[in-house]
Design a protein around this ligand. Structure first.
Ligand SMILES: O=c1ccn([C@@H]2O[C@H](COP(=O)(O)O)[C@@H](O)[C@H]2O)c(=O)[nH]1
Length: 305
C-alpha cells in the first residue's frame, strides 16, 4: 500500500490527503434537511447527511488527490448508523481509486491490538469465510503501549500489504506535555520516532516503509530532526490550514526526492464553502468550493519547492 500511495502521489503530483471529518456544523443545511426529511432528526439522519456530504466531496475531488482520511470519531458520534456511514465512505472512496487512511488512533495490550488490527487493516476468518471489516489501507496508531501494542498491527500489515501511521509528534497545542519531555536527555518524540523507524525496517516497500509516522505541521523545527532520524518513514502531516500550519512549515517534512510526506487538511477542504475566500461558490456549491480549496492547497505546497 505504501507503494500504491507513492505511485498515486506521483501521478497526481499532489502530496495531500483530504480529511473527511463530517461534523454536523460543517454539513450544509440543504444536505441535512434532505437527510432529516427521509430519516428524521435522528442518528440515522445525521449519519446519512454525513455520507451524502462525503460522497459529493469525493465526487468533486477524487481526480486531484491520492487519498482520503476519514476521522472515525466524527462517525462514532452518530452511533451504529455513523459507523455504517464510515464504512460506506471507505467503500465509495475505494471505488474511486483512492487510498484510505483510517484515522482511528488505536493501540492496546497485544490481544486487543490484534483485534483492532484485524478490524481496520486486516481480515477476520469466520468458519470457512473471510471478511475485511472496515478495510482501510492504513490506520493511525497510538504507540503508548509499546511493542505489545504495535506488533499485531505489524504482523497483520505484513500479511495484508497494508500499513500504519504511528503518532510521533502530534499537531495539537498541548502535544509537548508528554511528547517533548526529556527521557535520558532526549525528547520523547525523538525516541518514539527512532523506534518507529526500527519497526518500519520489518515492513519495507520499494522506497519507504509501510510503517509511517504522524508529525504535525505545527512543529516544523521538530520535523527537521525527525526527518533526519527517519529517512525511510513516510510522514502523515496534519495541522496544515485550520490549525495554523503553513506551506513553509511543511517543507522539513519532505525528503530531497520531494517525497516522504502526505499533508492532511480536513476543515480547510470540506468546510471551504464557509471561508470568505470561497464565498462566491455559495453553500449549495460546497463541493465545488472544496475542489477549489484542494487546487489551492496543491499550488500552495508547490510554491515552497
Ligand atoms: O496530530 C494530529 C493527529 C491527527 N489529527 C487529525 O487530523 C485532522 C485535522 O483536521 P483539520 O480540520 O485539518 O485541522 C483531524 O481529524 C484530527 O483528528 C490532527 O489534527 N493532529
Amino acid at each position: 500500500m505504501i507503494n500504491k500511495l507513492i505511485e498515486k502521489i506521483k501521478e497526481t503530483q499532489a502530496p495531500i490527503v483530504v480529511g473527511l471529518d463530517p461534523m454536523l456544523d460543517y454539513i450544509p443545511e440543504q444536505v441535512k434537511e434532505k437527510a432529516y426529511e427521509e430519516f428524521g432528526e435522528t442518528l440515522e439522519g445525521a449519519a446519512w447527511a454525513a455520507w451524502e456530504f462525503n460522497k459529493n466531496i469525493i465526487d468533486t475531488t477524487y481526480d486531484l488527490i491520492p487519498a482520503v482520511k476519514p476521522q472515525i470519531a466524527m462517525y462514532e458520534q452518530f452511533g451504529l448508523p455513523g459507523l455504517l456511514s464510515y464504512q460506506k465512505t471507505i467503500d465509495y472512496a475505494r471505488s474511486k481509486g483512492l487510498v484510505i487512511i483510517g484515522d482511528v488512533k488505536r493501540g492496546d495490550i497485544g490481544s486487543t491490538s490484534q483485534a483492532y488490527a484485524t478490524a481496520h487493516i486486516g481480515r477476520i476468518k469466520i468458519g470457512s469465510n473471510e471478511f475485511r471489516a472496515f478495510d482501510e489501507d492504513f490506520a493511525t496508531i497510538n504507540p503508548y503501549f509499546g511493542t505489545d501494542g504495535i506488533k499485531p498491527f505489524l504482523d497483520v500489515a505484513k500479511e495484508e500489504n497494508t500499513g500504519m501511521f504511528i503518532l510521533v509528534k502530534t499537531s495539537n497545542k498541548s502535544s509537548g506535555e508528554f511528547q517533548d519531555r526529556l527521557v535520558d536527555g532526549r525528547p520523547l518524540y525523538e525516541i518514539v520516532g527512532e523506534q518507529v523507524s526500527k519497526w518500519g525496517e520489518e515492513h519495507m516497500g520499494n522506497e519507504y516503509s509501510y510503517v509511517g509516522a504522524v508529525v504535525g505541521a505545527t512543529y516544523p523545527q521538530m520535523a527537521v530532526t525527525l526527518r533526519k532520524l527517519m529517512p525511510k518513514t513516510y510522514f502523515l502531516v496534519p495541522g496544515y490550514g485550520a490549525q495554523g500550519g503553513t506551506a513553509a512549515d511543511l517543507k522539513p517534512c519532505f525528503n530531497e526526492d520531494g517525497l516522504g510526506a502526505i499533508v492532511n487538511s480536513s476543515r480547510g477542504i470540506i468546510a471551504a464553502y464557509k471561508n470568505e475566500k470561497y464565498a462566491e461558490f455559495g453553500e449549495e456549491n460546497y463541493a465545488d468550493a472544496s475542489r477549489q480549496a484542494v487546487i489551492d492547497m496543491i499550488n500552495d505546497i508547490k510554491s515552497v519547492f
